[in-house]
Design a protein around this ligand. Structure first.
Ligand code: GDP
Length: 297
């Protein structure tokens, strides 16, 4: 498991007391541990391979001094590389919500935490940035989901678009835009329908809504516990709809963190937020250092 990676690496190097530079054999032994830990954490094989390759290149020949043991040295190199892979180069740190009313499209599979995340982000925008936010549920197939958003809206003090039975998703999106404009809102968030699996109907609907709303941000909500599945879902959504970022939910669970590492490397899309519980405040801006620390233990 990721939690033990530091210990594992320490163990490999415990028997080494020499100083100077790390030899290729030392590094190879350590990299076996890294590779196993990554695969156990459900990091995809190509990502694990390329990660190990670049750490190997950096660690071989790295200087080891009195103040740092060989094990600590490799842990540091692994840590720095984790940050690089998790962070990417150009991750935006704030939501693009200029030009009010700014539309934010929330997409994802059913059960990923999409509705909860919509309300959490709306609350965050209201509390921290003093924005007036309007939320609308587009889940016409599941009246319970629409009601859930309305209830969460009341709970966090954010307005929701009144539910009008019989409207389709595109009609609701248009009404949300109109209401947001007339009502002087800064942001309107469209909580699209989730399905249990990615299918053409879902994608067609999301595309139609996207074309009407022209969102400033399209955030994909995925369950962080689902490892490579989360990455596959992100690849699909990005290819069909285009996403501007990912929210990884359930990062409070004892998840293995593999999704975080593969996500950026495979999709090229930044993880923008992580969900850390069911409560409405349980969301944080993605912090590569924190995840790397968690991975290394
Ligand atoms: P949706 O179908 O994608 O809209 O999913 P919901 O927003 O209804 O969330 C499904 C369940 O996951 C609810 O019980 C949420 O409280 C829970 N949930 C959402 N995000 C998180 C999270 O970050 N951590 C935990 N532990 N639970 C979450």
């Amino acid at each position: 498991m990721f939690e033990n990676l530091s210990d594992r690496l320490g163990g490999v190097f415990d028997r080494l007391t020499k100083q100077g530079a790390l030899s290729e054999d030392d590094v190879t032994a350590a990299m076996r541990e890294v590779r196993v830990a990554l695969l156990e954490a459900d990091v995809s094989l190509p990502v694990a391979r390329s990660f190990v390759k670049s750490v190997t290149a950096k660690a071989t020949g790295a200087a080891v001094t009195k103040s740092i043991t060989p094990g600590q040295q490799v842990v540091k190199i692994v840590h720095d590389e984790l940050i690089k892979v998790l962070q990417g180069e150009d991750a935006p740190d704030a939501l693009r919500i200029d030009n009010p009313p700014a539309p934010i499209l929330m997409v994802g599979l059913q059960g990923s935490g999409k509705t909860t995340t919509t309300a959490k982000l709306a609350k965050r925008l209201k509390d921290r940035e003093k924005k007036r936010v309007l939320m609308a549920s587009l889940d016409t197939q599941r009246p319970a989901a629409m009601e859930q958003l309305a209830i969460l809206g009341q709970q966090v003090g954010v307005d929701t678009l009144p539910i009008v039975p019989g409207e389709n998703a595109v009609q609701i999106a248009k009404r949300a835009k109109q209401q947001a404009t007339l009502g002087g809102y800064d942001v309107y968030m469209l909580d699209t329908a989730g399905r249990l699996h990615i299918d053409q109907v879902l994608m067609d609907e999301v595309q139609a809504v996207r074309d009407v709303a022209n969102p400033r941000e399209t955030l994909l909500v995925v369950d962080g516990l689902t490892g490579q599945d989360a990455v596959n879902v992100a690849t699909e959504f990005d290819g069909k709809v285009g996403i501007s970022g990912v929210v990884l939910t359930r990062m409070d669970g004892d998840g293995r963190g593999g999704a975080a590492l593969s996500m950026r490397a495979v999709t090229g899309k930044p993880i923008r937020f992580v969900g850390l519980g069911e409560k409405m405040d349980a969301i944080e801006v993605f912090d590569a250092h924190r995840i790397a620390g968690r991975i290394l233990g």
